[in-house]
Design a protein around this ligand. Structure first.
Ligand code: PLP
Length: 401
């Protein structure tokens, strides 16, 4: 059978292979696995949201909706965005999607011509690179610097990448996998460059609500940005609804109209009763959200406490997301291990701790010499964190004594 050649340009999320490898290891050895690999959540969706979906189904809300989504949901979302971002959206600016992920491809399909250059973060969410290449754009990965306190965008490098053919920018504040949060200055400079070079911006705000100290800030709140930005919005992390598949593309009406046209040609609409549950998520009681944040923060505190005296690694405290991006260069040197992939396999076998690493988040860039791993703590409880990372630390310590 001949598969269309374009499929060779489509990437994937290799983190799922890590999860499969961990499952196989557990089954074959009977050993316990500590899952720090996937950004899925083991926190339940709030009861009132589940009830709303159930009631909607029983009430017969099981047919198609308009391609753009249920009006009441779009209105509730516009209100929520304007309150949290200071924007001026109405229902016309919103196209409901089956999760946040589809917004990436639909943004590029709508705005990127073949051969256009697109700036995107690397390490970054792997779907950016995959979809740019699939749709025949030219990937222009920007990078990060390691600072005293964590990571920051390498702005000199960022500026150097912008050329005549650069038309779009993907900006993921509250970044996966590094947990990077832009300073106000950094965000302002990125916005200024977008305006100066007339770039369209995809603001991936998947973790806008997973901020521990303070509240989220959107690049759309800066001058000249609302009119050139499409927000990737998702219910996944904010409301612990990853498997429900509910999100939205939010931006200028001219772009959203085109994205609605893609919906019509593709999924037709997002599941009707799931959309109605989304209204309840936005308008119903909000205590559950606070519980989600408290739970994640307790996990973060635990990891940092356990790893505080682990030799050979550099861990920074991020203020957002549920990821830790850890520099393990020294530990690998001591252990005589060359690559992060080798380290991953080794640590799974020796300790049961399963995690992803830099290579799962886009192709490494020229000149990268340090080795990094990512811990996701959205799917593992505090006792398992203590036990698993206790083993991780004790094992590494044996190489330093
Ligand atoms: N963007 C980022 C940075 C993510 O990490 C994810 C999921 O992990 C998504 C987008 C998509 O999430 P969803 O499709 O569940 O909304």
């Amino acid at each position: 059978m001949k598969i269309a050649s374009r499929m060779s340009r489509l990437g994937t999320e290799t983190a799922y292979a890590v999860s499969d490898a961990a499952k196989t290891y557990a089954k074959e050895t009977g050993n316990k696995v500590y899952p720090f690999h996937l950004g899925d959540m083991n926190i339940r969706t709030a009861e009132n949201i589940i009830e709303a979906a159930h009631k909607a189904m029983l009430a017969g809300r099981t047919g198609y909706t308009s391609a753009a989504g249920v009006l009441e949901l779009k209105e509730a979302l516009a209100e929520d965005m304007n309150r949290t971002r200071g924007t001026h959206y109405t229902a016309e600016n919103i196209s409901i999607q089956s999760g946040g992920k589809p917004v990436i491809g639909k943004f590029l399909m709508t705005l990127m011509e073949e051969g256009d250059e697109v700036l995107y973060p690397s390490p970054g969410y792997p779907i950016y690179e995959s979809m740019i290449e699939f749709l025949e754009g030219v990937p222009k990965p920007y990078r990060y610097l390691e600072t005293e306190k964590g990571y920051a965008t390498d702005m000199d490098y960022f500026r150097s990448l912008i050329g005549k053919k650069t038309t779009s920018l993907i900006y993921n504040n509250y970044q996966n996998p590094m947990g990077v949060t832009s300073s106000d200055e950094e965000m302002a400079e990125i916005a200024r460059l977008a305006v100066e070079h007339d770039l369209m911006v995809l603001a991936d705000e998947a973790y806008f609500d997973i901020v521990y100290d303070g509240t989220g800030k959107s690049i759309t709140s800066l001058p000249g940005m609302e009119e050139r930005t499409v927000i990737l919005y998702t219910f996944s992390k904010r409301f612990a609804m990853t498997g429900w598949r509910l999100g939205a593309a939010i931006g200028p009406k001219v772009v959203i109209d085109q994205i609605n046209k893609i919906n019509t040609n593709d999924e037709a609409c997002t599941t009707h009763f799931i959309q109605l549950a989304g209204i309840e998520a936005l308008k119903g009681p909000q205590e559950h959200q606070a519980m989600i944040l408290r739970t994640l923060k307790e996990r973060l505190d635990t990891i940092l406490e356990v790893l505080a005296d682990c030799p050979g690694i550099k861990v920074y405290r991020p203020n957002a997301t549920f990821y830790l991006f850890i520099n393990v260069t020294e530990a690998l040197q001591k252990m005589g291990i060359k690559t992060a992939e080798e380290f991953r396999q080794h640590m799974l076998e020796k300790t049961g701790v399963s995690f992803t690493h830099r290579q799962h988040f886009g192709k490494p860039l020229a000149g990268e010499t340090e080795q990094y791993i990512r811990f996701a703590y959205s799917g593992i409880d505090v006792p398992e964190i203590r036990e698993g990372l206790g083993r991780f630390k004790e094992y590494i310590k044996t190489f330093f004594s």
